[in-house]
Design a protein around this ligand. Structure first.
Ligand code: G1P
Length: 298
């Protein structure tokens, strides 16, 4: 089987982030920081590690801070250079994108995730591509999309990141209908967006990393409304799971944080803070004190 390399990734970042109001009144939620790096930087790093060369952002009004974030900052760089702050200079350079490597386009109406991805169809063209939802932050030794690219080299087709969730949580996710379970990889015969626990075909949930064929974009052309009245990416992928399915779920190795929710964001902040050598001791000691205080108060 000849597998085409994945070099383009779509980042749907048009959402209003209302769950984080009032913060998101003036900053895009993707710029909110885990320790000292915005959410979007984690997604970009993961995409780079997987070999992505072209980054397509589907944005909306009020997201210009994102464009500025990836631009070079010559004055800031010059001042850090003069001050000999090399480590900060390196951190800053990680945010720069090569000319032409990044494209922004607007989803002018909030019609759903499927519609957002469809907006990028002309930039994607006729090749397989990745989609990363920056709300899903995944801590992993081998970055999640890289794991998927390696698995995709065996399967081809469409691949979604997958994770077992407790049955009462299926209404929060796309859920796979499993035809064949091969361990890390499953072949799906269907996919349902946000089913009630009783209607869910399994408890294997889709997490925001996808490798998709251009056929999925064709399916999106029909603009069928799905769950919540939105044009769902899940439905367009599910069409490819009919008959001779080429839709696979991949149980990634790693810890996923739902940074689209406040509790998930706080959990990620603690985990990433504790993982940082420069913060671990001080922050860990503080958390231990907090826990001891809470226990004493009970
Ligand atoms: C989206 C997808 C859903 C997927 C989830 C993962 O939902 O529509 O299929 O399971 O991301 O985070 P959202 O959380 O944006 O409503």
């Amino acid at each position: 089987m000849k597998i085409k390399k994945i070099s383009k990734a779509v980042f749907p970042v048009a959402g209003l982030g209302t769950r984080f109001l009032p913060a998101t009144k003036s900053i895009p939620k993707e710029i909110m920081t885990l320790v000292d790096r915005p959410l979007i930087q984690y997604a970009i790093d993961e995409a780079r590690a997987a070999g992505i060369k072209e980054f397509i952002f589907v944005t909306s009004r009020g997201k210009s801070a994102l464009e500025d974030y990836f631009d070079s900052a010559p004055e800031l760089e010059a001042s850090l250079k003069r001050a000999g702050k090399d480590a900060l200079l390196d951190a800053l350079r990680e945010t720069n994108m090569d000319s032409g490597a990044i494209a922004y386009l607007r989803q002018n109406r909030p019609l759903g995730l499927g519609h957002a991805v469809w907006c990028a169809r002309r930039l994607i063209g006729n090749e397989p591509f990745a989609v990363l939802l920056p709300d899903d932050v995944i801590a992993a030794e081998t970055p999640c999309l890289q794991q998927m690219v390696e698995a995709y080299a065996q399967t081809g087709g469409n691949m979604v990141a997958a994770m077992e969730v407790s049955p009462d949580k299926t209404p929060l996710y796309g859920v796979l209908d499993v035809a064949e379970d091969m361990g890390a990889i499953v072949r799906a015969k269907g996919m349902v967006e946000k089913p009630k626990a009783d209607d869910a075909p399994s408890n294997l949930a889709v997490i925001g990393r996808y490798i998709l064929t251009p056929k999925v974009l064709n399916n999106l052309n029909r603009m069928k409304q799905g769950a919540g009245g939105e044009i769902q990416l899940t439905d367009a992928i599910a069409e490819e799971a009919q008959g001779d399915s080429n839709v696979y779920g991949y149980r990634f190795r790693g810890q996923r944080y739902d940074c689209g929710s406040k509790a998930g964001f706080l959990q990620a902040t603690v985990a990433f803070g504790l993982a940082r050598p420069d913060l671990r001791d001080e922050f860990g000691a503080y958390l231990n004190d907090m826990i001891a205080l809470q226990k004493a108060a009970q």
